[in-house]
Design a protein around this ligand. Structure first.
Ligand code: XIL
Length: 348
């Protein structure tokens, strides 16, 4: 009995050791946007903006918003080929009213090929005309209102072996449809930063190399690419150093870098032997590494730092696994250790 009691108290002490202490959040943590020397972004859905609790946290913490899905073709393009803009307009109006930057996301994505495009009647309008009209309509509508556009999303094949094929590449050419998207977005908006956005650039060096090659080729062709987005949907057990290496290599091209969709999943961790507490500790360390690597960039290359889901309950990853808790604010909007790590790294 005695022995067990001693053991028990040792364990309790261990739980309060340095590792556990790093998980505590100082009271009165300053808001992220107040300490960061660049814009802090968060993804939003139009409906969330009507929730005063969400809106208050958003305005307190963030200085930029990305529509989570309502500025994509899946929302804008109707089955008959017409466009709807009510939700994206609402998000844009909210950004304007609250002095937040608006990041347009996303014009062209291999994963979004509406029926209206697949079944286009080309006796009336050519595929290329329809493609260009879409970009001109959407980027033109928000001209002067955006801090940037993710023009093409996820263009690179997962294994890094070239680019993804899609309806766009089949009809317009694998490189040409990408270059055309940038040229057309520039036609629609003379000033907006135009970004190329992708994921798993941290995990897969080959994919990152191909991503950089694509960026270089776009620049060489005269396409108006002005920034790189790295989504960073990562898991808590990503090997330390991978994120730092990625950020450094991406920055080598000299363009501004957007950490565009950061979340750190607990349940996507491949190492199934790690306890929940260890995963949470690593999650905090991953947020810290991302923030430190970003801070290490020259100021002119820090485009923005965007969280994909402000609170755990807002995260798309919850649909995949309800036990996940990938964000830096908990369901009640309280800062987690990840938020404290960001504030610390940002100099707060
Ligand atoms: C996701 C959204 O979070 C979901 O709500 C939506 O249903 C599907 O898209 N890469 C991207 C984002 O560029 O647009 C995706 O967002 C996540 C992966």
């Amino acid at each position: 009995m005695h022995r067990r009691a001693v053991l028990g108290s040792t364990l309790a002490l261990a739980a309060c050791g340095p590792k556990a202490r790093s998980q505590t959040v100082p009271a009165g943590l300053p808001p992220l946007r107040a300490v960061a020397p660049f814009r802090i972004g968060a993804c939003v859905q139009a409906l969330q903006l009507d929730d005063p609790t969400f809106a208050a946290l958003l305005i307190q913490q963030a200085s930029q918003i990305t529509p989570e899905w309502q500025m994509k073709m899946e929302y804008i393009v109707q089955p008959d080929g017409t466009f709807r803009f009510d939700a994206p307009d609402r998000i844009a109006a909210f950004a304007r009213a609250n002095g937040l930057g608006l990041l347009g996301h996303t014009l062209i994505w291999y994963a979004q090929v509406p029926d209206a495009f697949a079944k286009l009647d080309e006796r009336r309008v050519s595929f290329e005309q329809a493609y260009r009209s879409y970009i001109l309509a959407v980027a033109g509508r928000y001209r002067g209102q955006v801090v940037g556009w993710d023009v093409v999303n996820e263009a690179v094949a997962e294994d890094g072996d070239g680019w993804r094929s899609s309806l766009w590449s089949e009809r317009l050419g694998d490189f040409e449809h990408i270059a055309l998207a940038y040229r057309t977005a520039r036609e629609a908006d003379a000033d907006a930063p135009l970004l190329l956005n992708d994921y798993n650039l941290d995990y897969y060096p080959k994919k990152r190399a191909t991503f950089l090659k694509l960026a270089e080729r776009l620049l060489a062709s005269g396409a108006p690419l002005t920034g790189l987005g790295t989504q960073m949907h990562v898991a808590a057990d990503i090997a330390p150093g991978k994120i730092t290496t990625m950020i450094r290599e991406l920055a080598g091209l000299g363009l501004p870098i957007h950490i565009s969709e950061l979340d750190v999943s607990l349940t996507r961790a491949e190492n199934k032997f790690l306890s929940r507490a260890e995963l949470e500790r690593r999650q905090t360390a991953v947020y810290a590494e991302a923030a430190e690597a970003f801070m290490a960039l020259p100021a002119a290359q820090r485009f923005a730092f965007t969280l994909w889901g402000l609170r755990d309950g807002d995260s798309w990853l919850k649909k995949e696994n309800a036990a996940d808790a990938p964000a830096v604010f908990d369901d009640a909007g309280r800062p987690k250790a990840g938020a404290a790590a960001l504030v610390r790294a940002f100099g707060g």
